[in-house]
Design a protein around this ligand. Structure first.
Ligand code: ZN
Length: 407
């Protein structure tokens, strides 16, 4: 047996022995709410107190970063580091959860963990508790075994992920805690088998489109300009133009094409006999990263200034416009490391994928750092009766730990 295989066996048996401790730590964590004040909570400070204490008991270096938000609540972030190498592989999990939603839909108290059938139920067990607990016990297993890790194991437990990361990872990046050569794993998106590794995301463009015509009585439409007629024509034209011109496909994404959907439509006139002088609709677009959102806006501007629309004035307002950062390279060391670990620990052939965006990884990619998103489990985030399989928590810990073993 190679020393690598020997080390992995040692780590795995240590992690298996921690199963009960993982379940009780998760249970304790679930009982300490960590909901944003914007969703009616009090923030992450109390949960961070517990996790900080736990990490200290593991004998790793822990630092805490507390920030006060607009409501005056303390938003806490924790960092633990094992090793004294130049380079750090950071595993970034979030402590905060969404609220319980409709309490009537829960079988058990969402803030009192219920264990049964190999599962642990409660708000935040899946998103992001499973990976958080797995990552904590992976660092413990490495610390206890005395194995010299290939890179430093940096564990980051952040606040405020669910509502924009303003008091979480965005603050920590500004603190300058991370080095140029560091790498990032964000375990915040699951597949059942643990096959998919997310390395790319789509750009996002939300447009508000206001069509201004002239309001008149519906019996004499020739005296006015029906804004709704032109907004309807425009919806059809946009649908055709954008799907035709931005028609590239990528196997990495699901769906594999850019999407352009007309969504919200604002109420216009109150009466059936009035020709609306103003009509407002919205479009949600998720665009493959090879295209630029500003080019799409340019094309729409060109369309609405064509003779067909000369009777109306069309105003375009981007509500959200976020160009996707460049994808993480499949040759990046963090991608290779997690792929190897998935093969060894799960016996699964990993696949690089892209998603719609929306995890801490986007902030790292934007700074030019290699970042991957990975997880194993059910897709029950934010749902009533949210749960994690205990086996998946153990698997998370094993996949994380093996990334730090020398070849
Ligand atoms: Zn999450």
């Amino acid at each position: 047996m190679t020393s690598n295989a020997q080390d992995i066996r040692t780590l795995n048996s240590r992690i298996d022995a921690m199963r009960e401790d993982m379940v009780s730590s998760m249970s304790k964590m679930v009982s300490i709410k960590a909901i944003s004040p914007l969703s009616g909570g009090t923030g992450e400070a109390k949960r961070a107190d517990f996790l900080e204490q736990k990490l200290n008991s593991f004998g790793v270096k822990v630092k805490r970063y507390d920030y006060k938000d607009e409501s005056g609540a303390i938003r806490s972030n924790l960092i633990a580091i094992l090793g004294s190498k130049d380079r750090t592989l950071w595993i970034v999990a979030h402590m905060d959860t969404v609220a319980e939603g409709d309490i009537a839909l829960w079988v058990h108290d969402p803030f009192k963990a219920h264990v049964g059938g190999g599962k642990i139920f409660g708000r935040g067990t899946n998103d992001n508790g499973e990976a958080l607990i797995g990552a904590m016990f992976a660092i413990k297993a490495l610390a206890d075994s005395g194995i010299d890790p290939k890179y430093n194991y940096g564990l980051v437990l952040v606040a405020d992920e669910e509502l924009g990361s303003k008091f979480g990872i965005q603050k920590l990046i500004k603190e300058g805690l991370f080095n140029k050569t560091d790498m990032f794993l964000v375990p915040d998106s699951n597949t059942k088998s643990g096959r998919d590794i997310e390395i790319a995301e789509k750009s996002i463009l939300w447009l508000k489109i206001t069509v201004n015509g002239k309001q008149v009585h519906a019996s004499t439409p020739e005296k006015g300009v029906n804004a709704q007629r032109y907004s309807s024509l425009l919806m059809v034209d946009l649908d055709e133009l954008l799907h035709k011109k931005y028609n590239a496909r990528s196997d990495m994404f699901d769906p594999g094409a850019s999407t352009f959907e007309m969504t919200k439509h604002e109420k216009n006139v109150d009466s059936i006999n009035i020709v609306p002088g103003k009509d407002v609709f919205y479009m949600d677009s998720r665009i493959l990263p090879m295209y630029k959102t500003k080019d799409i806006i340019k094309d729409i501007k060109k369309l609405v200034s064509s003779p067909k629309y000369k009777q109306v004035k069309v105003k375009l307002e981007p509500i959200q416009q976020e160009d996707a950062p460049p994808p993480t390279d499949k040759n990046a060391e963090v991608f290779v490391a997690i792929s190897d670990s998935i093969r060894k620990q799960l016996n699964v052939e990993p696949k690089a994928v892209g998603i719609g965006g929306g995890t801490c990884a986007a902030y790292f990619r934007r700074e030019g750092w290699p970042a991957v998103v990975w997880g194993i489990g059910e897709d029950v985030a934010h749902q009533p009766n949210e749960f994690a399989y205990i086996n998946d928590i153990v698997k998370c810990a094993k996949v994380f730990a093996a990334m730090f073993i020398q070849e």
